[in-house]
Design a binder for this molecule. Structure first.
Ligand code: GLN
Length: 380
């Protein structure tokens, strides 16, 4: 049979490749971004209770009302945007499904979507699978700042959407208030939709406040903000997140969401509805991860690899410029196989595979893991 691939150039995601390589070589896995410490017992008990209570059948397609209601309250309190749970919040199977459903709902043949590289790996294929045309703009280390004039110059009559991600995976950069104002101006002027990946909203450091699209009323009207409980509650394997968008945008997103997953697992939704009632369960996440970033940075003192600025997310970039002539993939494989420490090559996040001698390390790990990783990095 002749199978015609719709994504001929796409292989297995770098995260799966590297986690597998780490396992095969018994390397410390700082590649794929996931915590290696436990989820709250209280939350697990709540899920168990809800399963026992019989909340085991399909949830309503947009999400369990009690969960959407508390999400709407948290959003309103955090970003000062009044949010209507019936019409503006949709629970999804993680951030990735939220992004795919949004693009499938809103992007069609020849619609152009602007995205910034390094970009998370699911953005570009989601656009192309739906007939859209990704327009990549490369951001440069160490700050990965957006040149908004360059963005304006890339806009054509076919541009429909801009995708942003703050705090940013893989660079750990964050968008500032002036970035948001520039984005708002461009979106309004060119009648664009903004898809804003904010899954690391609470993992932000150094007293910086997260700049959600939801904080800017004119921007919020034309934006879809994507969030993730996996990141906030250390449970990436649960694959549960949500979108917040205007009624008009949400109506369209639900049309695709209902055919992609229909609904998300029920007992976890009930449990989260309860767990979110106590802000203590999420308010200190920035501090918690800032300590991990600092612990990791401290551990690598004495290594010849150099840390780039990091203001949020799970990730720290290290440069090996001047240390090795290897390209990023070679360096990644060498480090995993020979040094028993697995990172992710940043070139995997660039469509043009820009090789800048940068590796991404996930510090969402126990101190013991970070200490062991530090001991290895200090030998390089
Ligand atoms: N978000 C995780 C990362 O950046 C990976 C998730 C995945 O493996 N798809 O590492």
């Amino acid at each position: 049979m002749n199978v015609k691939s719709r994504l001929p150039e796409v292989g297995t995601s770098i995260f799966s490749v590297m986690s597998k390589m780490a396992l095969e070589h018994q390397a410390i896995n700082l590649s794929q971004g996931f915590p290696d410490f436990p989820v709250s017992e209280k939350l697990i008990d709540l899920i168990h209770q809800n399963m026992k209570l019989g909340h085991n059948q399909y949830a309503p397609m947009p999400g369990v009302p009690a969960l959407r209601k508390i999400i709407a309250d948290v959003i309103a309190n955090t970003y000062h945007r009044p949010t209507y749970f019936e019409t503006e919040v949709t629970v999804t199977a993680g951030g990735t499904e939220a992004i795919f459903s949004t693009i499938a709902a809103l992007i069609g043949s020849n619609d152009e979507v602007i995205l910034f590289d390094p970009a998370y790996d699911c953005y570009d294929p989601a656009i192309r699978l739906n007939g859209g045309i990704p327009v990549h703009i490369n951001l440069k280390p160490p700050h990965f700042a957006i040149d908004w004039q360059e963005v304006q110059d890339k806009i054509t009559p076919n541009t429909k959407m801009i995708m942003v991600n703050t705090p940013h995976n893989p660079s750990g950069s964050v968008l500032s208030e002036s970035d948001m104002l520039a984005l708002q101006k461009i979106a309004l002027k060119n009648d664009l939709i903004v898809l804003s990946d904010e899954v690391y909203e609470r993992i932000i450091f150094d007293s910086i406040s997260h700049q959600s699209v939801l904080k800017y009323p004119d921007l919020a009207k034309r934006s879809i903000a994507v969030f993730s409980f996996g990141k906030t509650f250390h449970a990436t394997g649960w694959k549960i997140g949500y979108t917040v968008a205007s009624e008009e945008l949400t109506r369209e997103i639900r049309k695709t969401h209902q055919f992609i997953t229909f609904s998300v697992n029920t007992p976890i939704q009930f449990a989260l509805a309860e767990y979110l009632k106590d802000p203590e369960n999420y308010l200190h996440l920035g501090k918690f991860y800032q300590q991990k970033r600092d612990f990791f940075l401290n551990q690598i003192k004495g290594s010849s690899l150099k840390a780039l600025p990091c203001f949020g997310s799970y990730f720290q970039l290290l440069s090996y410029d001047g240390v090795s002539a290897k390209n990023e993939m070679e360096m990644t494989a060498w480090m995993t196989q020979r040094k028993k420490l697995a990172p992710i090559p940043v070139s995997a996040f660039y469509q043009d595979r820009s090789d800048q001698k940068l590796l991404r390390f996930c510090f969402a790990k126990s101190e013991q893991t970070l200490q062991n990783a530090g001991a290895i990095l200090r030998t390089i």
